[in-house]
Design a binder for this molecule. Structure first.
Ligand code: SF4
Ligand code: SF4
Length: 203
């Protein structure tokens, strides 16, 4: 899941300062699950823009903003798009980019794109993977130190952890504590014997 968060409304208004006839495009995938681009947020955005004096011509929430097939496919879902002078996309940067490829209109983001995370048991986990391009997560028991350790240490903890908490953010568990406990549970502590170079290749 791509983690995105809503920009302050004042920033969105500033972005749209010179614009009108706005079409809002949400995203029924990650952004909807994070409550920053689903139907309720899109409707609320329309209300707030209208209260601020902007004309909103319409809106649509495709199944995923990052896989919009074509402009015509969007118009089929919401013909009001044909009246739009600009599009406001309530999704991550990937959604904004994809919409920009199919729409010959200025496309504005309402969200900031933060990280690659997940959601489990109702909890949003903001950072799980750093998208390093060489996935070795198996060797860490499925808990990636590149993605989850603030120092991205891949050969064990920094030594600053206290009572299993991270020295950078003491509200969080040290990821190496979690890796150790997980490998212990699955009987694979032997995987910790591997030493990695800075490119993530075993030495
Ligand atoms: S090793 Fe970690 S950062 Fe790299 S792709 Fe795998 S999960 Fe993502
Ligand atoms: S305490 Fe653990 S998670 Fe925090 S920076 Fe050090 S090794 Fe990384």
């Amino acid at each position: 899941m791509i983690i995105s968060s809503a920009k302050p409304f004042e920033e969105i208004l500033e972005l749209l300062k010179e614009e009108d006839d706005i079409f809002i495009l949400g995203c029924n995938a990650c952004a909807a699950k994070l409550h920053v681009g689903g139907e309720p947020e899109v409707i609320r955005m329309q209300q707030r823009l209208e209260e601020a004096g902007k004309r909103v011509v319409g809106w649509v929430v495709p199944s995923a903003a990052c896989s919009v097939a074509s402009f015509d496919a969007l118009v089929e879902k919401s013909p009001a798009l044909k009246e739009a002078k600009v599009v406001l996309v309530m999704a991550c940067g990937s959604g904004v980019s994809t919409v920009s490829r199919v729409a010959d209109l200025p496309v504005y983001p309402s969200n900031n794109t933060d990280s690659l995370g997940g959601r489990s048991q109702g909890e949003v986990i903001p950072q799980l993977c750093a998208m390093c391009g060489n996935c070795t997560i198996y060797y860490f028991g499925g808990i990636c130190p590149r993605g989850q350790c603030p120092k991205q240490l891949i050969n064990g903890p920094c030594g600053g952890s206290l009572d299993g908490k991270c020295e950078v953010d003491q509200d969080k568990d040290c990821v190496w504590e979690l890796i150790y406990l997980r490998l212990e549970r699955i009987g694979r502590l032997d995987l910790l014997e591997k030493i990695w170079d800075s490119d993530g290749i075993p030495e």
